[in-house]
Design a protein around this ligand. Structure first.
Ligand SMILES: Cc1cc2nc3c(=O)[nH]c(=O)nc-3n(C[C@H](O)[C@H](O)[C@H](O)COP(=O)(O)O)c2cc1C
Length: 296
């Protein structure tokens, strides 16, 4: 895949179909991201978690959205034709609750020429083993052994930071055929209901716990990207708390080839365009012209 610049959107944080309704074709003329990553698609439709789904933090937010989506058939029938009109390669993010489900999603996406690459969201438990697929190197290896033969498209494994060693999981992904890894996904967190005075106040979020994202996680993203870079040779998509052009440079410096903007797009819907412009300006001022030069 040839990309115009190193900045993508993080899955689930930029709804290109809704944005096109708001911005019209101006979105296509000035599309901010070098590739577009979809929200997670599961085999069956999902409603997501009960509300409330968001809790604002001083440094970001906790979400328990719960991956609502139309399911594979709904995605192929209604979202894919619209997303295919975007002027950027399409990366479809998929997740399953058993390996066979992931395999069916990968096989279905492999048949669609509109899909440039696949991102596997492995932050969910395998209902058969009870282990989070991306928290255990053996689980990740077994998943890739099942799905790698099903597609020639680039396969990106999205690592969870809620693992003992994301670098060990990345190494397993690389050894079993992943073309790239992306990190970090959200960190587990909880907020308590401020109105509940019981000795053991209830969680605020409908899902109980949620995922922490935004500026608060940037330091964790940096260390994990660096540790993964020290273990694997495949490309890394770095993300976590990117708000400014210099945060792109930092993640590239930690070892990423590409960087994604996530939570910041909720605060500033034009964040993608702004972050790319800031990064380009910094690069022009420093005389550095490529991500690999930025890393050197
Ligand atoms: C509201 C929200 C929804 C998200 N949905 C998904 C998703 O569907 N699939 C996924 O792999 N990651 C999802 N993520 C995680 C982001 O893609 C990203 O990994 C994480 O938020 C860290 O980046 P950030 O701090 O820049 O947001 C979501 C994050 C947020 C805040």
């Amino acid at each position: 895949m040839r990309l115009e610049h190193p900045v993508l959107n993080a899955s689930g944080t930029f709804d290109a179909i809704a944005a096109r309704r708001v911005f019209g074709d101006a979105l296509l003329e000035r599309f901010p991201f070098a590739a577009f990553v979809t929200k997670t698609v599961t085999l069956e439709p999902r409603q997501g978690n009960p509300p409330p789904r968001l809790w604002e933090l001083a440094g970001g937010m906790i979400n328990s959205i719960g991956l609502p989506n139309k399911g594979l058939r709904g995605f192929l029938a209604s979202d894919l034709p619209e997303l295919a009109e975007l002027p950027a390669p399409l990366v479809v993010n998929v997740m399953g609750f058993r390996r066979e489900e992931v395999a069916r999603l990968v096989a279905a996406m492999d048949e669609r020429e509109e899909v440039a690459a696949l991102e596997l969201n492995v932050s969910c438990p395998n209902v058969k083993t009870g282990l989070v697929m991306g928290a255990d190197p053996g689980e990740t290896a077994a998943l890739l052994d099942e799905v790698r033969p099903l597609t020639g498209k680039p396969l990106i494994v999205k690592l969870t930071p809620n693992a003992t060693s994301p670098a060990a999981v990345a190494a397993a992904a690389e050894a079993h055929g992943a073309d790239a890894v992306s990190l970090i996904n959200t960190l587990r967190g909880m907020a308590l209901d401020p109105h509940d005075r019981a000795p053991r106040p209830r969680p605020w979020l409908g899902g109980g716990t949620g995922g922490v994202s935004g500026p608060a996680v940037r330091a964790m993203a940096l260390v994990q990207v660096r540790e993964v870079r020290d273990r694997v040779a495949i490309p890394i998509v770095g993300m976590g708390g990117v708000q400014r052009g210099r945060h792109v440079a930092e993640l590239l410096g930690a070892g990423a080839e590409l960087v994604a903007v996530g939570t910041e797009s909720f605060r500033d819907p034009l964040a993608g365009e702004r972050v790319v412009a800031e990064w380009r300006r910094d690069v022009a001022n420093s005389g550095i012209s490529t991500p690999s030069e930025a890393r050197a």
